[in-house]
Design a protein. Structure first.
Lengths: 357, 271, 294
């Protein structure tokens, strides 16, 4: 098995003379990416995900730590000898070469004969849906086509790892969708190990086997998309995944009490005592059917509807509970009976309550 | 706007005639004249005597043309070798005292190079470099190198390091990166710099004269006695030839560059 | 260590060449202008060459002539160049880009003409029995050769001025055209909405926009003309002569004693051009001429 192992990689940037580049440091990162896995690094811009990617590529020198592929320590191997491939945000096709020559470039560097490498290039172009485009020049292609060529060029030499740095962020949204599907299909077909960097959580969720969430130079949490979403380990992870309903409070004597005391309910003994935040996903907040008693395994909250927005087949409501504004989802049917300013009760199943420090 | 166009065009045509057309008329007429008395607007009779002398006679024209071009091309080749790494360093690396290094490299644009050449003349004399093509080549380097550095720097400025990173990730070592990525990108800049370098080298009179001491005969050296009071017909013919060679060299560089890209395209299309 | 020294090693050949051939020459000249010349046994430093020079009226006349010729050539080149650039810009606004390209190329022709040839063109045009004189005589404007003013090899330097005005006008236009081409088409529309015609558009928008670049370009022509040799050598008179020619005359006069003086002229010339160059640099940085805006 040739998994990619990142062992305590670390990088410090000194404050440069220009005031606009602040000092930045990538905290030690340890990570193992399995062969054939699609792994995404997700985080806001400036969080260090591209730095980490370039460290893995070897384009940056790490201060500390090691990178292994299978049984080989490649930390000191220069990038051109690592047999990795990389797709950047811009397609970076060489403008003076045809599409075919661009795709065959990696093979040429490996001293593959001309006939063989052009045949391989053409075959790979077919895989990315660009059969017959080989003799054109890059400037004759659209942005999406260029990025397909870049993908073909990266894959043709059968790289050990494919690194991708926000490859679709410069494309139109509709095109982006198409490219994700293509990438997903090709990745499974070639079983290539992918390390993918993005700030778009939808993209990461759609493509990845596992995701690592990064912020301010630290890898916060690694997991499958659903685990991250339902069980974020920190408020940062929660907020980056779009979980805005966060209630500050304290767990003591078997109860959770919010700072303004509008939330007060018993919790299980397994929850750690002390100050914490309650994270409520929008879809677990359920409208209480009138006159029905609170269910045994749910908690009940009372609030006032502040806002109702139609949102692709369902409604997003904002309910004020105490000093907190909670987002929740309603079906169109449920929303029909609601008006802004109305007082309502909502229920949350106890198993859906999630506390973070 | 439609009203202004004819007006604009007539202004431009007038300017074009006065600035570009008119100045060449007497030069051309004089080169084919056989006696041209005042106040006739056209020469009394025409003859190709001057052209025959310049092009066919034992006037040393072709010798001078080849010496001029030889010097210009050597100077330019050396400039390319010196300028490419220098421009790379100036554009891409953080340097201490960068302003000083740039000021030194660009100083010959401002300070007239003959000042340095007169200063170094006696030293060259002692080293046996005067009266040699090699010495003249050395003297032509400082007036031309700054333009080459400048032109290549502009090219480097538009070459993002991402291109080389991309080539690296595809397995290209440093030589391959330079050959396949950097050089094609720099080529237009190098061609522009080379054009300037050739043009400047071709038109040097004083420093060639000081270092060459009249023994290294380039076109300007050959031309000067004629235009400062020699036979006007021959002087005109030489002037036209000289200007023509300068322009042809520039057009040639331009065409070669275009052809390079077209060949790439055509080669690709033929399979 | 390699990473730190690498850029300096890359610069070494180019900087070394310039230092050796150019600054070496300047330094060599400076030493000899101070009378330090071990080859002929002179190892003392003295300022006699400079004091003699500053006391001679010839030097001051030469300097004055040089300044006047440089100033007039650069202003005329500036005006011509601006006229060409503005006309081309207006043409580009109202025509396909292909046509303007051709016009551009045509107007750049004088730039590629070697200086000596440019000088000779002016000789043929403007000498007393030259082409213009012939035209004027044919249409009956003048009767004899002496009626035509002396414009070539004249003490005022008109021949030199005309040559540089002609040769450098395309340079000025080349420098300011890119600035003009950044004037947005929409500004034209906006000014039209406010009722500005072609002339007021030029006066209110085009001229102010190009002024910094124009000033710098004209000044560069000034510095260049200031230190040029070939054209004044061909078109000037022996006395008074422009500084570079004056230096050359001293250098080749035959007596070894004049050489330090020639080199002293050179050093003063170099210092003056450096000062002028610094002025150009300062204002071009300050007005951001070389960068422009988006």
């Amino acid at each position: 098995m040739s998994s990619l192992r990142i062992i305590n990689i670390e990088k410090q940037y000194q404050q440069t003379q220009r005031k606009s580049d602040p000092a930045f440091s990538l905290q030690p990162v340890g990570l193992t990416i399995n062969e054939g896995e699609f792994f995404s690094l997700l985080g806001p811009s400036g969080c260090g995900k591209t730095t980490l990617l370039k460290l893995v590529a070897g384009l940056l020198q790490a201060d500390n730590g090691e990178i292994w592929v299978g049984d080989a320590n490649i930390t000191a191997v220069p990038p051109e000898d690592r047999r990795f491939a990389m797709v950047f945000q811009q397609s970076l096709l060489f403008p003076h070469m045809t599409v075919e020559d661009n795709v065959a470039f990696g093979l040429k560097m490996q001293k593959v004969g001309k006939k063989q490498r052009l045949a391989d290039a053409r075959e790979m172009l077919e895989h990315v849906g660009l059969k017959g485009f080989g003799l054109r020049f890059p400037d004759e292609l659209s942005g999406g086509q260029q990025q397909r060529v870049a993908l073909a060029r990266a894959l043709v030499a059968n790289p050990q790892v494919l690194l991708m740095d926000e490859p679709f962020s410069a494309l139109d949204p509709s095109l982006r969708e198409e490219m994700r599907e293509l990438l997903s299909r090709i990745q499974k077909q070639f079983r290539v190990t992918v390390l993918f960097v993005t700030h778009d959580r939808e993209e990461a969720f759609q493509l990845s086997d596992r995701i690592g969430v990064m912020s301010e130079g630290t890898l916060l949490q690694v997991g499958k998309a659903r685990d991250l979403y339902e069980r974020p380990e920190s408020r940062k992870v929660a907020s980056f995944l779009g979980l805005k309903n966060s209630v500050e409070g304290i767990v003591a004597a078997g109860r959770f009490i919010s700072a303004d005391r509008s939330f007060d309910f018993p919790v299980e003994e397994t929850i750690e005592r002390g100050p914490c935040h309650l994270i409520l996903r929008p879809e677990v907040v359920q409208l209480k059917i009138l006159k029905e008693d609170p269910l045994e395994d749910s908690i009940q909250l009372s609030g006032v509807i502040q806002q109702l927005r139609f949102n692709y087949g369902f409604y997003t409501g904002t309910i004020q509970v105490g000093i907190y504004l909670l987002d929740c989802s309603f079906t169109s049917q449920q929303a029909e009976g609601l008006v802004v300013g109305q007082e309502i009760d909502v229920l949350v199943n106890k198993k859906d309550l999630w506390f973070v420090a | 706007m439609t009203k202004t166009r004819p007006f604009l065009k007539s202004i431009l045509f007038t300017l074009l005639f006065i600035l570009i057309g008119l100045p060449f008329i007497p030069l051309i007429l004089s080169s084919v004249s056989f006696g041209w008395q005042w106040p006739n607007i056209l020469p009394e009779s025409f003859s190709f005597r001057a052209w025959e002398y310049v092009l066919l006679g034992s006037s040393g024209t072709w010798q001078a043309v080849s010496v001029s071009l030889l010097i210009a091309f050597i100077v330019t080749a050396v400039n390319i070798l010196l300028a490419v790494p220098a421009a790379n360093a100036l554009v891409r690396y953080p340097l201490r005292g960068k302003w000083l290094l740039e000021a030194m490299l660009f100083a010959p644009i401002v300070i007239p190079p003959f000042v340095a050449v007169m200063g170094i003349h006696l030293t060259f004399l002692r080293l046996g470099l005067t009266e040699t093509v090699f010495g003249v080549v050395l003297a032509h380097l400082s007036p031309t190198l700054p333009y080459m550095v400048r032109a290549v720097m502009i090219s480097y400025n538009t070459l993002s390091i991402d291109w080389e990173d991309q080539a690296r990730m595809l397995g290209a070592g440093s030589l391959s990166r330079f050959r396949h990525v950097v050089l094609p990108h720099l080529l237009p800049g190098i061609a522009a710099g080379a054009s300037l370098s050739i043009l400047i080298s071709l038109s040097q009179y004083l420093i060639t004269f000081i270092i060459g001491s009249g023994q290294v005969v380039t076109l300007p050296i050959l031309l000067f006695p004629f235009i400062s009071g020699g036979d006007p017909a021959i002087a005109s013919a030489y002037s036209l030839l000289f200007a023509g060679i300068a322009i042809l060299t520039l057009i040639g560089m331009d065409a070669a560059l275009k052809k390079y890209y077209q060949n790439k395209k055509a080669g690709a299309e033929n399979g | 260590m390699w990473q730190k020294t690498k850029p300096y090693l890359l610069l070494l050949p180019a900087v070394g060449t310039i230092v050796l051939l150019f600054f070496g020459g300047l330094f060599d000249g400076l030493l000899k202008s101070l009378g330090y010349f071990p080859a002929i046994g002179e190892t003392r430093f003295e300022l006699t060459a400079y004091t003699d020079l500053l006391r001679s009226s010839e030097f001051w006349e030469s300097l004055f002539l040089t300044l006047r010729v440089a100033a007039l050539s650069s202003v005329i080149a500036g005006v011509l160049g601006a006229a060409v650039a503005i006309s081309l810009y207006l043409l580009n606004e109202s025509a396909k880009s292909g046509t303007t390209q051709v016009w551009h190329r045509l107007f750049q022709l004088p730039l590629t003409i070697p200086h000596l040839v440019g000088g000779y063109i002016i000789v043929l045009l403007f000498m007393q029995s030259g082409f213009l004189s012939k035209i004027l005589a044919t249409i009956g404007f003048i009767d004899e050769i002496p009626d035509f003013p002396v414009l070539v090899n004249d003490p005022f330097g008109w021949g030199i001025i005309l040559t540089y005005a002609w040769k450098e006008a395309p340079f000025v236009s080349l420098m300011i055209y890119p600035v003009l081409s950044r004037i947005h088409r929409s500004w034209r529309d906006v000014s039209r909405v406010f009722g500005a015609g072609n002339w007021s558009f030029i006066r209110e928008i085009v001229l102010p926009v190009m002024l910094p670049a124009w000033t710098i370009a004209t000044f560069i022509v000034f510095v260049f003309t200031f230190s040029a040799f070939e054209v004044p050598f061909l078109l000037g008179v022996t006395y008074p002569s422009m500084l570079p020619v004056y230096s050359y005359q001293l250098y080749t006069s035959g007596t070894l004693a004049d050489r330090p003086e020639a080199l002293a002229v050179n050093i003063l010339l170099a210092i003056l051009t450096i000062l002028l160059g610094l002025v150009v640099y300062y204002f071009s940085k300050r007005w951001n001429v070389l960068k422009g805006w988006d």
